[in-house]
Write a protein that binds this ligand. Structure first.
Ligand SMILES: C[S@@+](CC[C@H](N)C(=O)[O-])C[C@H]1O[C@@H](n2cnc3c(N)ncnc32)[C@H](O)[C@@H]1O
Length: 267
């Protein structure tokens, strides 16, 4: 299986419009509210933050409720190029309460018990040593800290157009993404408990032409890790679909796994 080279993808990552418009994270808002007035400021980590879509959206949404700029915002990613795009979202100079670091999730450059809230969006499948990354998560998290996870759920997305036109992609995703039960076991072994979980259907529709244009970007890792021959075969099928169904509306068909886990006090 090919690895996804985010140095090459960084400049086109946000050309995929389905990635944009990240809403304020409700569970983060409630968490920050519950900590308001406490002596220790909160630290929020976007792990594998990429181009900072989540980090910048949350910073914007919640900084107005934090007039003293007490909350510390951290973005960590293994790709300098992705972090470069992220940095650009914060203007010429990073605000004093935002820090970005280039590092692997398996070896975080953070002290023990230094983070209160971690977001892990669309990234867990990229970690080459997932157990090590989970160890690091548990090490850096403060007791009663929260982990929010969001990712593709291949076994709940058989109709995702990417899997329909590029059928090898679902097998590759099944191999690199852990099922919720396995993640839950990995987390509970480290003192976490999943407190809420659900499948999210983003309920988006595309035209056939938009689907083809998105596939042509080849910036989503499901398409990057295919052999060129597998990718080209899918593109030919998509082109044929567009010819036969011009302007057709197609449901995206992707379901996302979401959960929130809390680290027990004294873990
Ligand atoms: C699909 S992108 C997701 C980015 C962002 N979380 C988002 O939702 O847009 C995956 C990110 O994981 C990063 N990544 C891959 N392996 C990593 C690792 N071992 N440690 C930290 N980041 C990693 C990549 O550089 C890339 O930015």
């Amino acid at each position: 299986m090919r690895k996804t080279n985010y140095a090459e993808i960084a400049s086109k990552y946000e050309s995929n419009k389905t990635r944009l418009n990240v809403p304020p994270e409700k569970v983060l808002g409630e968490f920050l509210q519950s900590k308001a007035g406490s002596s220790e400021p909160c630290t929020v980590l976007d792990l594998a933050c990429g181009t900072g879509l989540w980090l910048s959206a949350q910073y914007e949404a919640y900084t107005s409720q934090d007039p003293a700029f007490q909350t510390q915002w951290l973005g960590v990613d293994a790709s300098q190029e992705m972090l470069g795009v992220c940095r650009g979202k914060f203007g010429d100079h990073l605000p004093d309460n935002v820090r970005l670091a280039c590092a692997p999730a398996e070896d975080l450059p953070l002290p023990d018990q230094s983070v209160d809230f971690v977001a892990l969006n669309f990234a867990f499948h990229h970690f080459s040593d997932k157990d090590k990354a989970l160890n690091e998560l548990a090490r850096v998290m403060r007791p009663a800290g929260l982990l929010k996870y969001l990712n593709v759920a291949p076994n709940h997305s058989p109709d995702w157009w990417i899997y329909r036109f590029f059928p090898q992609a679902i097998e590759l995703d099944r191999a690199r993404l852990w099922e919720i039960e396995r993640i839950e076991k990995g987390l509970s072994d480290r003192g976490y408990q999943i407190t809420r979980q659900k499948l999210i259907d983003p309920d988006r529709h595309f035209t056939a032409e938009e689907m083809l244009a998105e596939a042509g970007l080849r910036e989503t890792s499901q398409l990057v890790i295919l052999d060129d021959e597998q990718y080209d075969r899918g593109i030919v099928k998509l082109e044929q679909f567009v010819r036969e169904n011009p302007g057709a509306q197609v449901k995206m068909g992707l379901n996302l796994q979401y959960f929130v886990a809390e680290l027990a006090e004294g873990a």
